[in-house]
Design a protein around this ligand. Structure first.
Ligand code: NAD
Length: 505
């Protein structure tokens, strides 16, 4: 078996690559050819505990390192990512399938979090109140938590880990990343670049694995906080288990993102937006638009008249084809699951306008491709509407009124992202105010907040109290301490046995 594989995969613990010894492996595909190209070692509990021990040992010195010096490592890391952009993008595309341009775009979004983390000295500044009582001052500081862990999905092998570890590390924590077993190469390379950037050994570690590795992280007392990004059932389990083990947990989960089109929308703008938002990265984005809700038939009819020919001529191909606009999905299992949803949509009575089930790409006949698909006349009881398909399948739902559009979105279990396309400022303002969704776009189909804001959904798209990166990232990866100070030369109030109004201490 080993001779057929293209390369080896290991863990990265305490500043070096470490071979897996559990004897358990998971297959890594090159989805463009539908072939297994490597095997991810799945860590045993003991292997994970050796990473936790390294991170635990590195914490005292790293947390005492001044923020400006921690930021210097982030500045170096930023330069190294830019220098190695082509190489990292190829690692992402080879194991994920997305186009090279898309991979570079996602790395850049992660890089922006690194850039935000470079300002950590400013971000960690506390607050100070002088003379809160006679001769008494109060100030607060934010201190790191200790060992933090990140568990990440397959769809953004560079960006999602970089939503987490730059913030955690810059705040003074040490970190263990458990990337998706489907595409771990990018995380392992980022670990090497962090070491090259000057990060001390043990501050950042990568353990590959499955449930056994995750459960070890969730139950070990030395791990203080868990960031998770992935599907809702797993995220809910991680949130509940992590909280039961007294950890701080943020779990960002699945999505079904609706785009409302009003009758006054600019239809050309809508069509461009849908093309990128529904089919970019083969729909494997937690912010992909998977449902268009048309208020009135005329907007849907006008959109479909222009959208159908565009989708029919979408260029699907491997990442090695620079002309390709959309790549394959992640694995043969995922390909069958998505095709199964298209079967279900037909059986449930939706109108299949474009069928992606039979697409083959010349020269890549075994690739995990699914063609771009459109269903019209979808209703909220159908599985293609209720479930996250996570593939290039767009559902068009027609409603008669704006109120109906708001109602179905608010009633959906997921609440990650949404958008409204309109020229009507009143409608847009009303939508932003009333919609039960974490990230809202007005004529912006994928409203992903920049690194200096924070990213996160509502309802069953996020478990926990904190969104990720930006100011919320600093709050998640630190805890506040408040110090109240009186010096002997200050005013004395004598012994006090009861709380008094006016802040007297
Ligand atoms: P997944 O839930 O299958 O896997 C996510 C992580 O959990 C992986 O590291 C995986 O190894 C681990 N895992 C899987 N099964 C586990 C188990 N039984 N116990 C413990 N850990 C387990 O998700 P995926 O298929 O890799 O990614 C796609 C999902 O991620 C979609 O639902 C997508 O919406 C979601 N996602 C959400 C966001 C967001 O910000 N909300 C961003 C990206 C992806």
């Amino acid at each position: 078996m080993a001779s057929q594989l293209e390369y080896d995969l290991k863990h990265y613990i305490n500043g070096q690559q470490v071979a897996g010894i559990s004897g358990r492996y998971s297959s890594v595909y090159n989805p463009a050819i539908g072939k297994v190209i490597s095997q991810t070692p799945l860590a045993s509990g003991d292997e994970v505990r050796s990473a936790i021990a390294a991170a635990h040992a590195a914490f005292p010195a790293w947390s005492e390192t001044p923020p400006g010096k921690r930021a210097q490592v982030m500045f170096n890391f930023r330069s190294l990512i830019i220098e190695h952009m082509d190489e990292i993008a190829t690692l992402v595309s080879r194991e994920h399938g997305k186009t090279i341009d898309d991979a570079k775009g996602s790395i850049t979004r992660g890089l922006e979090v690194v850039e935000f983390a470079c300002g950590i000295s400013q971000l960690l500044k506390g607050e100070y109140s002088e003379n809160v009582a006679g001769g008494v001052d109060t100030w607060n500081m934010r201190q790191p938590l200790g060992v933090c862990a990140g568990i990440t999905p397959f769809n953004f092998p560079a960006m999602v880990p970089m939503w987490m570890f730059p913030m955690a590390i810059a705040c003074g924590n040490t970190f263990i990343l458990k990337p998706s077993e489907k595409n771990p190469s990018c995380s392992l390379r980022l670990a090497e670049l962090l070491t090259e950037a000057g990060l001390p050994n043990g501050v950042f570690n990568v353990v590959n694995g499955d449930k056994e590795a995750v459960d070890t992280l969730l139950t070990d007392d030395r791990v203080q906080a868990i960031s998770f990004v992935g599907s809702t059932p797993i995220g809910e389990y991680i949130y509940q288990t992590g909280c039961a083990n007294n950890k701080r947990v943020q779990a960002l989960c699945g999505a079904k993102n609706h785009m409302v089109i009003m009758e006054d929308a600019d239809i050309d703008q809508v069509v461009d937006a849908v093309m990128g938002a529904a089919y970019g990265s083969a729909g494997e984005r937690c912010m992909a638009i998977s449902v268009v809700v048309s208020v009135g038939d005329s907007a849907a009819d006008a959109m479909l008249e222009k959208l159908v020919p565009r989708v029919s001529s979408l260029k699907v191909g491997p990442y090695t084809d620079s002309e390709a606009e959309m790549g394959p999905v992640i694995t043969p299992e995922s390909q069958s699951r998505i095709k199964g949803y298209i079967d279900a949509g037909v059986a449930e009575g939706a109108s299949l306008l474009i069928d992606g089930r039979d697409l083959t790409v010349k020269g890549h006949e075994n690739g995990c491709f699914v063609g771009a698909t459109i269903f019209d006349q979808v209703t909220p009881d159908m599985s293609i509407y209720t479930d996250e398909i996570f593939g290039p399948v767009l559902c068009v739902v027609r409603v008669e009124t704006y109120e109906e559009a708001v109602k179905i979105i608010n009633e959906h279990e997921y609440g990650n992202g949404t958008a409204i396309f309109t020229r009507d400022g009143d409608a847009a303002r009303n939508f932003a105010h009333r919609i039960q969704i974490g990230m809202v776009g007005v004529n912006v189909p994928i409203p992903v907040p920049m690194a200096f804001h924070s990213f996160g959904g509502w309802k069953r798209s996020l478990f926990g109290d904190h969104h990720i990166h930006g100011p919320e990232g600093v709050r998640f990866y630190t805890r506040m301490k408040t110090v109240t100070t009186r010096w002997p030369s200050g005013m004395r109030s004598g012994a006090v046995f009861n709380f008094k109004a006016g802040g007297e201490h």
